[in-house]
Write a protein that binds this ligand. Structure first.
Ligand code: COA
Length: 182
């Protein structure tokens, strides 16, 4: 598994029309529909790079800042941004197009961590990533920073949770919209 594969080898785009059955009670597209499409494109991109089956391990930064309307054409553009030994981080850019006006909106960007698996369901080494542009190097470096920050956040949260006894933290609830009832 030492032969690298370029980013463009596995770049994948899925385009799907937002049909009425995808809508929630407010008439906008369900967040779950988008998550499912993001998972699908992440899988297609990661498995192409890995040359085999992959699973989703972690999903980062899914902010639905703008609603998507029924009738819009949604494109999900996926690229492998980073590879570890058995894991890959796939960046996904979601754009929604109003087919009548041609106006395209960037609705969100997310990062899916996938792990390649072998036939025995064990993590399997993936090919190195060949970075052919400065932008690809920048994205790879950004993922290293993301991983560092994520580990730091996890450690810090574990520490904070150890110290979350009610008596010592009751002041934090001042001004919050909750009522203690026991
Ligand atoms: C993903 C999985 C194989 C990891 O198993 P594990 O015993 O932790 O294996 P490892 O410690 O060897 O980790 C494998 C890789 O996953 C990465 N990883 C594990 N947990 C992670 C997490 N929470 N976030 C990001 N990466 C993670 C490790 O860093 C490692 O990457 P590397 O080889 O590039 O360094 C295992 O947890 C699994 O199969 N989970 C279920 C996945 C699934 O079914 N997804 C579908 C959703 S229902």
């Amino acid at each position: 598994m030492n032969t690298s594969r370029p980013v463009k080898y596995s770049q994948t785009t899925i385009t799907e029309l937002m049909i009425p059955s995808y809508a929630n009670f407010g008439g906008k597209i369900h967040g779950g529909i988008l998550l499912s499409l993001m998972d699908k494109v992440a899988y297609a991109c990661a498995s192409k790079h890995a040359g085999g089956y992959c699973v989703t391990v972690s999903v980062e930064t899914v902010d639905f800042r703008e609603p998507i309307e029924v009738g819009e054409l949604v494109s999900l553009k996926a690229s492998v941004n980073y590879v570890g030994r058995t894991s890959l981080i796939v960046g996904i850019r979601v754009e929604s197009e109003n087919v009548v006006t041609g106006h395209v909106r960037h609705t969100n960007t997310s990062y899916f961590t996938m792990v390649a698996k072998d036939a025995s369901n064990q993590p399997k080494e993936v090919p190195p990533l060949r970075l052919e542009t400065k932008e690809e190097v920048r994205r790879f470096l950004e993922c290293i920073k993301r991983k560092e920050l994520k580990n730091h956040y996890k450690e810090e949260l574990s520490l904070q949770k150890l110290n979350l006894e009610i008596e010592g933290n009751i002041d934090l609830l001042g001004g919050e919209r909750c009522e203690i009832d026991f």
